[in-house]
Design a protein around this ligand. Structure first.
Ligand code: A2P
Length: 318
C-alpha cells in the first residue's frame, strides 16, 4: 500500500476506511473486516457517534493479533462544541476512551465552526460561538497542547480554506499537517491542493464516492452522481475496474489520502484493491476537465438567519 510521509517521516497509508454514516451495529464488523483485509488507516470522529464500537473492533483486532497498535493509523476529529482552549483536551480524551486507545495518530479540528459546550448541532444563534468569542487560534493552541503532551502524534484540520489556514499559520507554534476536505472529480480543489502542498500539508479526500448514503436532510434531490457519471464509467471499463475504484485511484494518482466508507465486506476489499490501479496522466487530464462541478457537503446547515456563519467563511474561492 502506498503511503504519504509526514514531515517527521511517519507514514499514512493512502487508502483508509471512512466511518461517517456507519451505524453502531454495523461499524464494529466493518472495521474488523477492513483490518483483516489489510487496511491500516481508519478515519473516525466524535460526531459520528460510533467511536465506542470502533474501539471495540480495535481491541478485538489487537487481541486476535490481526494488527498491532503501532501498525495502525487512527485519525479522529474535535467536534464543534469543544473549541475553547480548556475543552480541546477534554474532547480528545473522550475520544481516546471511546476508541480504547492511549494516543491518536492524527487529530483534526472537524470544522472551522464553533458551538457552545454540550451542543451537538446548533439550531439557533444562542448556541453558536463566533470567531470573536472563540478564535480559531485558541482552538489551535489546544490542539498544540494535545500534540505536546503526546495524546496525538500529528495535528491538523478539516474543512479549512486557505484564508483560515493562513490565520493559524500566522500564530502557530506547530503548523497543521493535514487538511481533510471533500474532494473528487466534481470538486478537485486545485487551489487548496496547491496551497497545502506549498505549506507542507498533506490532504485527505472525504466523500470520494459522493456519500450517497447521507440523510435526506443534507441531500438535494437533483444531485449529480459520481458513480454513474458516463466519463467515470467509461474510464472504469478502460481500467477494468469499478467506478468506485476509479474514483479512489484518482486520489492515489494525486498523492492525496482517501477514505471511502463501506460497511459491506466485498466493497471494503474492492476499495482497498483500488490502490493498485494507476491512472495514466492523459486520463487524469480528462478527469480534470469533467463537465460537472459539485459540492455534496455544501455547509448550508451552518448558515442562515439563525447562525453567525456564512458560506464565505467556509469555502475556498476558486
Ligand atoms: P456501503 O457502505 O453499503 O458499501 P463515501 O465514501 O463517499 O461517503 O460513500 C459511501 C457510500 O458509497 C455508501 O453508500 C457506501 O455503501 C457506498 N460504497 C462504498 N464502496 C462502494 C463501492 N465499491 N461501490 C459502490 N458503492 C460503494
Amino acid at each position: 500500500m502506498k503511503t504519504l510521509a509526514f514531515n517527521n517521516g511517519d507514514q499514512l497509508p493512502i487508502i483508509g476506511l471512512g466511518t461517517w454514516k456507519s451505524k453502531p451495529g454495523q461499524v464494529y464488523q466493518a472495521v474488523l473486516w477492513a483490518l483483516e483485509a489489510g487496511y491500516r488507516h481508519i478515519d473516525c470522529a466524535a460526531i459520528y457517534n460510533n467511536q465506542s464500537e470502533v474501539g471495540q473492533a480495535f481491541t478485538k483486532a489487537f487481541s486476535d493479533g490481526i494488527v498491532r497498535r503501532e501498525e495502525l493509523f487512527v485519525t479522529s476529529k474535535l467536534w464543534n462544541s469543544n473549541h475553547r482552549l480548556e475543552d480541546v483536551e477534554v474532547g480528545l480524551k473522550e475520544t481516546l476512551r471511546d476508541l480504547r486507545l492511549d494516543y491518536l495518530d492524527l487529530y483534526l479540528i472537524h470544522w472551522p465552526v464553533s458551538f457552545k459546550k454540550g451542543v451537538e448541532f446548533a439550531q439557533n444563534r444562542e448556541e453558536y460561538y463566533t470567531y470573536q468569542d472563540v478564535p480559531l487560534e485558541q482552538t489551535w493552541e489546544g490542539m498544540e497542547a494535545c500534540f505536546a503532551n503526546g495524546l496525538t502524534k500529528h495535528i491538523g484540520v478539516s474543512n479549512f480554506n486557505s484564508s483560515k489556514l493562513n490565520e493559524i499559520l500566522k500564530t502557530c507554534k506547530v503548523a497543521p499537517e493535514m487538511n481533510q476536505v471533500e474532494m473528487h472529480p466534481f470538486l478537485p480543489q486545485d487551489t487548496l491542493v496547491k496551497f497545502c502542498k506549498e505549506h507542507g500539508m498533506l490532504m485527505t479526500a472525504y466523500s470520494p464516492l459522493g456519500s450517497g448514503d447521507r440523510s435526506s436532510s443534507i441531500k438535494k434531490a437533483d444531485e449529480p452522481s459520481l458513480l454513474q457519471h458516463a466519463l467515470i464509467q467509461e474510464l472504469a471499463s478502460k481500467y477494468a475496474c469499478s467506478a468506485a475504484q476509479l474514483l479512489i485511484a484518482y486520489h492515489v494518482a494525486r498523492g492525496i489520502a482517501v477514505i471511502p466508507k463501506s460497511i459491506n465486506q466485498e466493497r471494503i476489499h474492492e476499495n482497498l484493491a483500488a490502490g493498485a490501479i494507476v491512472i495514466e496522466a492523459n486520463d487524469m487530464e480528462t478527469l480534470k476537465n469533467i463537465d460537472t462541478k459539485y459540492r455534496f457537503i455544501d455547509g448550508t446547515f451552518y448558515t442562515g438567519p439563525r447562525s453567525p456563519y456564512s458560506l464565505e467563511d467556509l469555502w475556498e474561492k476558486e
